[in-house]
Design a binder for this molecule. Structure first.
Ligand code: F6P
Length: 478
């Protein structure tokens, strides 16, 4: 680890890119953390000499800063009660459902809000401590929305960026939040506030206008009043659609061992004509139930024959102590059990259901093996799985079914765009994908691949960080 007070670039996110895992025999090791945020930021951090401030994924862990796989990590401890109130509670049972169109009902608890403030202050202190004078600090996601203003109050010399990886809801929904003003105030501490979609940035600036008055915003610029009556600042709110390290996924998918593994997967599934694939954290926003419903009806109606087609559903474990997630798991597993019980044969399953996370190598092989990729999210900030699938298909084959409610749909227009609530429409698109001629598959995939290559994760971070430095320079010269 380099001199900890000398970092010119710092990423702050709820999780570090690695989680501490303790095995039953007491041995401990590090495992890559779940989710798209880490997928996107890991290559950015590798390319820069920065430090990453975050939580190591287990309660009550007091760890010194350390280096793992070439990245300098600064762990922030959380007590078991804070994990419950700040992480499982306010972040994932208040903000998460609220920001995802209230698909599940958000809970509002004052003690969760208290914990959220305390923990945001702790992340702020950790970042302030390792930031060199004038450093750039890039704060990530909804768990840390108060950090920008807290950090500015403590270290006005810093250039502060914030990126929201999940949607920002329309004001009619956002307004439910009892602490709606404090959260907006927290975000406005940043010089640049980035969102996945133009619609999210618009929702945010509309919230600012509703809370601070109609003349506070103009285009992407926001006039931010000083907390101590000093001069106003300008903050920018703008869309920067996130992406993946396209070249590294493609390289992985081109390796002979990945191609061989894809062949093996197909063989192990009984060499069906069509493999459909879903890859999601087990989350109610992902529309897994809708996908299963459509698939079940296609089986029932004889549009799909078991043996001829199979659905592989990877559902990686997520937030398993939050009630809505426990209930979802029960529902999904009941449905999978019923469909398999009804339609599987001795030799062939209707659904291969896998409640695990897999390494990138296995994912690349699965993507290569899958004829149809099903992304049926009810609401999703971006959905990087859609981009990973496209990046891996160097053979210009495979069909992507993509929900219009995922941020990725703004860019990947040549996917088969679907509304997951419209089960008949979803079924029609699945059948269309099953029957799509090779020529059409290839031409759609080529165009999707061009789009994904044009905006990979380094263009995303370059464009965010360039805009951030420009906005900070402009704000300081006012
Ligand atoms: O992008 C949404 C997000 O919450 C990330 O912040 C996070 O890394 C990922 O999903 C996984 O969620 P969690 O950290 O709660 O397991």
């Amino acid at each position: 680890m380099t001199d900890s007070s000398q970092n010119d670039f710092i990423v702050v996110s709820n999780r570090l890119p690695v989680d501490r895992v303790v095995e039953p025999d007491g041995t401990a090791h590090w495992r890559r953390s779940p989710g798209g945020l880490v997928t996107a930021l890991e290559p950015v951090m590798r390319a820069s000499e920065g430090a990453w401030v975050g939580w190591a994924g287990k309660p009550d862990l007091e760890l010194e800063p350390f280096t793992e796989d070439g990245i300098d990590l600064v762990p922030v401890p959380l007590s078991a009660l804070e994990v419950q109130r700040y992480y499982e509670g306010f972040s994932n049972d208040t903000l998460w459902p609220l920001y995802h169109d209230v698909i599940a009902a958000p809970s509002y608890h004052r003690e969760w809000w208290e914990a959220y403030q305390v923990v945001n202050q702790r992340f702020t202190d950790a970042a302030a401590e390792v930031a060199a004078p004038g450093a750039t600090v890039w704060v990530q996601d909804y768990q840390l929305q108060l950090v920008p203003a807290m950090l500015r109050a403590q270290r006005p010399d810093l250039v502060i960026g914030f990126f929201n990886h999940i949607p920002f809801p329309p004001y009619g929904i956002y307004a439910q939040l009892p602490w709606r003003r404090q959260i907006v105030e927290g975000l406005l501490g940043a010089d640049l506030i980035g969102f996945q979609r133009v619609a999210d940035a618009g929702n945010f600036t509309r919230a600012v206008r509703r809370l601070y008055g109609p003349t506070t915003t103009k285009g992407t610029s926001i006039r931010v009043p000083s907390p101590d009556g000093g001069p106003e600042r300008i903050a920018i709110a703008k869309a920067f659609p996130i992406s993946i390290d396209v070249a590294s996924f493609e390289e992985l998918a081109r390796r002979p061992e990945t191609i061989e593994r894809a062949r093996q997967i197909r063989e192990e599934l009984g060499n069906p004509t069509t493999i459909m694939l879903g890859v999601d954290r087990l989350d109610y926003t992902k529309g897994i139930r809708h996908r299963l419903k459509a698939y079940g009806e296609l089986l029932r109606d004889g549009d799909i024959e078991v043996g001829d087609a199979v659905l592989v559903q990877v559902a990686s474990p997520s937030r398993e102590r939050v009630a809505a997630y426990m209930q979802l798991r029960d529902e999904i597993e009941l449905t999978v059990g019923r469909l398999n019980g009804t339609y599987s044969t001795i030799s062939h399953s209707a659904i291969a259901y896998l409640h695990h996370g897999y390494p990138r190598e296995e994912m690349a092989a699965l993507y290569l093996a899958a004829d149809i990729m099903l992304v049926t999210a009810l609401r999703d900030g971006m959905n990087l799985v859609a981009k990973e699938y496209v990046a891996c298909r160097h053979d210009d084959d495979g069909v992507l079914l993509l929900s219009e409610f995922a941020g990725a749909a703004d860019e990947l227009k040549n996917a088969l765009l679907i509304n997951p609530h419209d089960i008949d429409g979803l079924k029609e698109s699945m059948v269309k994908a099953l029957r799509m001629p090779k020529k059409e598959r290839a031409s759609r995939m080529r165009s999707l691949r061009r789009r994904v290559r044009d905006n990979d994760v380094s263009s995303w971070s370059d464009s965010f960080l360039t805009t951030l430095r420009q906005s900070a320079d402009a704000a300081r010269s006012m």
